[in-house]
Design a protein around this ligand. Structure first.
Ligand code: SPV
Ligand code: MG
Length: 431
């Protein structure tokens, strides 16, 4: 009896999957792979059905003789163990980032003369309705809110990109690349105060108020499913912060990061070039405690951001604050630096990890951008935020276009670098 392998990366089995199984049966004994949670995330499909349920769902399908766990997006390891005669898959992975997975399958099968069978992918209204429905479910507050805590358990490092609009939210949601034979994508979104203010043409001094920030959050929530970490600036008055915690939680935001500054807040990257006042440890702990008391779910996270290194108050002060803030109930610590090298960040993380193994650490490598995710992971860092790169890449492109239209008195010269009209019209999915 020949062996045929099919791997499933899905929360629901629809007629397209059943068709694959039906066709597979004609070749021999069908072994189904269920993708692990970690691999689902890499594939840009955050599981909303538990791994056990997904496995059971496949086990119950008549015609599947065995269900095995595929731990990696790449089939190689599983295939080498099973040595199937055939792998069967829909033909929708022939182009785009998924092509690297296909190539990996073809190369691996060659080792024992196995074959890849591709069948036409089932595109119809029923199948696409199911996919839309699953996406809508994933966007619901009760699913989205807890997703950051889940990611912290599943990912070595949670990769977070700045967003400031529905469109940038879509970029964070949909960008997926094949790199060095691996698939990669962003895990979460950062709603930066700097960028949210900048796109509104305002300075980053808490002038864009929470009502306006929440409008931006809502625009992003409407078109995405990935978790949101909100830059909550100083958190404002304790009396206001507690209301905002409830609102954010209700909307489905996963975390707010508040920084230990008080009075008129300026952007951290100014450092000591401008006047900025750090809150007292007691004052900031009171804010954290009040926020934690106000929240209604276990999912929501309040992350305390330490500005001691930015304000040149020293490592000892930064560590003392980290300890105090976690004791006050903070669910994570963000340590910020404007140095060109990551040395002080590494020192802080290493020393903090000696006394605290579990509290998530967040960093924002804007000035020390040569640092790699792997290095950050090796120093015990759990979340990396690319805090402003989308805004900063869009602005020069727009400025150049405006300059050139003025220069040439027409738009022809800029056209080559623009997104084709057809692409922009089809960029946004319609219901
Ligand atoms: C932001 O993105 O608004 C931040 C990070 O708070 S930083 O700009 O580096 O202060
Ligand atoms: Mg900010």
């Amino acid at each position: 009896m020949k062996k045929i392998y099919a791997c499933f990366c899905t929360d629901v089995i629809h007629e397209g999957h059943l068709n694959i199984i039906e066709q597979a049966k004609q070749y021999g004994e069908v072994i189904a792979g269920v993708l692990s949670d970690q691999a689902m995330i890499k594939y840009n499909r955050f599981p909303i059905v538990s791994f056990e349920e997904r496995k059971r769902m496949l086990e119950e399908i008549p015609g599947i003789s065995e269900v095995v766990v595929q731990k990696e997006v790449m089939y190689e390891e599983t295939l080498k163990k099973l040595k199937p005669d055939y792998v069967i898959h829909g033909d929708n992975w022939k182009s785009g980032p998924m092509e690297v997975i296909r190539n990996n399958v073809i190369e691996t099968l060659k080792e024992w003369g196995g074959e890849l069978i591709e069948i036409p992918y089932t595109y119809n209204e029923r199948v696409s309705n199911i996919e839309v429905l699953m996406k809508e479910k994933a966007a619901m507050p009760e699913y989205r809110r807890k997703r950051l805590r889940l990611l912290l358990k599943l990912c070595p490092i949670v990769k977070t990109i700045e967003v400031h609009s529905g469109l940038t939210g879509l970029i964070a949601e949909k960008t997926i690349v094949a790199n060095d034979g691996e698939i990669d994508q962003f895990d979460a979104m950062w709603l930066s105060s700097l960028c949210d203010s900048t796109v509104k043409g305002k300075p980053d001094i808490e002038l864009v108020d929470m009502s306006s920030r929440l409008r931006t959050v809502d625009d992003i929530l409407e078109v995405t499913t990935k978790p949101i970490i909100l830059d909550g600036d100083t958190g404002g008055l304790i009396e206001h912060f507690v209301y905002n915690v409830r609102t954010l939680e209700r909307m489905g935001v996963s975390a707010v990061i508040i920084e230990d500054k008080t009075g008129l807040k300026k952007n951290s990257l100014f450092g000591t070039e401008v006047e900025q006042t750090q809150d007292t440890i007691e004052g900031f702990c009171a804010k954290i405690k009040a926020g934690k008391k106000a929240q209604r779910t276990e999912d929501f996270m309040i992350i305390a951001r330490i500005e001691s290194l930015i304000l040149e108050k020293g490592m000892k002060d930064a560590l003392a604050r980290a300890i105090a803030y976690t004791e006050a109930g903070a669910d994570g610590i963000m340590i910020h630096s404007r140095r060109k090298e990551p040395t002080e960040i590494f020192e802080f993380c290493d020393r903090f990890r000696e006394i605290n193994k579990d509290t998530p650490i967040v960093v924002v490598p804007t000035s020390y951008n040569q640092v790699t995710e792997e290095e950050l992971y090796n120093h015990g860092i759990n979340i990396v935020i690319y805090a402003n790169q989308l805004t900063r890449s869009a602005f020069p492109a727009m400025q150049q276009t405006a300059t050139d239209i003025l220069k040439y008195h027409r738009a022809k010269e800029v056209d080559e670098r623009l997104m084709p009209i057809k692409e922009i019209l089809t960029l946004i999915d319609e219901l």
